[in-house]
Design a protein around this ligand. Structure first.
Ligand code: PMP
Length: 288
């Protein structure tokens, strides 16, 4: 495997960063996870836009333009002869000293890893997932806005650990006032009648790129799509529930905190959206 690192393609073993890199010392950096399907990079420009917004927010100047970075992604896929892949695009503050001061970091570290996609077990999509809500609350936008896709994922990891410790794969995180936000690496949706609902970004969720695609597909399927505050009650009493994310795509949820959701199996709206999403990934994207 060849990894793009600061302008060069290097072997996996040589793809290393300094222990003084603030990405490692402080989680000071930003990233994106991108998918390619059959030689098409899905939503590449949307991912690049979000990466640049995250970087701008933390005042990190990415040393490449968007077209240059897009080229690095395309080349990473070509060099590694991948057609279906998961791409990790990372920009860190770079090497500094042991203090926090970002001014000491003069050169951001940029790397792109393109690897074979590790698909989730098929069972997950056929049988659906069981979730629990956890005590770890989602970061509040006023402190560390979840909109910034930063290298600091401890908030999410703490929630994930809680789920795993309790015997579940994924956790629902709440806001400090008890509203549903998102899972540790996916957005959440419910279907109630003709309504397709997902929490609004201001409550503290990442504006997922899959989330946006699913909202658009929902509108095309004549669902009434809205961003709305949701409580656990709304989840428990929804007809259908599912999660969205670049890696996971659309994952049905069949049980939350012991309550069966709807019929206890992936519902018709979820399955229709999954099919429409699959079609979209086959037809849309940036060729390489
Ligand atoms: N929420 C969080 C916290 C995430 O890390 C991610 C991405 N893994 C998502 C939601 C889903 O976003 P996207 O659809 O853009 O991958």
């Amino acid at each position: 495997m060849k990894v793009y690192l600061n302008g060069k393609f290097v072997d996996r073993q040589a793809a290393t960063v300094s222990v003084f890199d603030h990405g490692l010392l402080y989680g000071d950096g930003v990233f994106e996870g991108i998918r390619s399907y059959n030689g098409l990079i899905f939503k590449l420009h949307e991912h690049l836009d979000r990466l640049f917004e995250s970087a701008h927010t933390i005042m990190l100047k990415i040393p490449l333009s968007k077209p240059e970075l897009a080229d690095a992604v395309r080349q990473s896929l070509r060099v590694n002869k991948l057609s279906n892949a998961y791409i990790r695009l990372v920009v860190t503050r770079g090497e500094g000293d042991l203090g926090l001061d970002p001014r000491k970091c003069t050169r951001p570290t940029v790397f792109v890893i393109a690897d074979r996609i590790e698909l989730y077990p098929k069972k997950l999509y056929e049988q659906g997932l069981e979730l629990i809500t956890v005590a770890t609350q989602r970061n509040v936008p006023e402190a560390l806005n979840p909109q910034i896709k930063s290298l600091n994922y401890l908030n999410n990891i703490l929630a994930k650990i809680e789920a795993i410790t309790a015997g579940y794969e994924e956790a629902i995180m709440l806001s400090p006032s008890g509203y549903v936000t998102e899972c540790t690496g996916e957005n959440i949706f419910v279907v109630s009648g003709k309504r397709l609902l997902t929490p609004p970004p201001y409550i503290g969720v990442l504006r997922g790129i899959t989330r946006r695609s699913v909202m658009e597909l929902g509108r095309k399927q004549k669902l009434d799509v809205a961003e709305e505050l949701l409580t656990r009650y709304d989840l428990f009493n929804a007809e259908e529930c599912f999660l969205t994310g670049t890696a996971a795509e659309i994952v049905p949820v069949v049980k939350i905190d012991g309550r069966v959701i709807g019929a206890g199996k992936p519902g018709p709206a979820t399955r229709q959206l999954q099919a429409a999403f699959r079609r979209l990934t086959k037809t849309e994207g940036v060729r390489y």
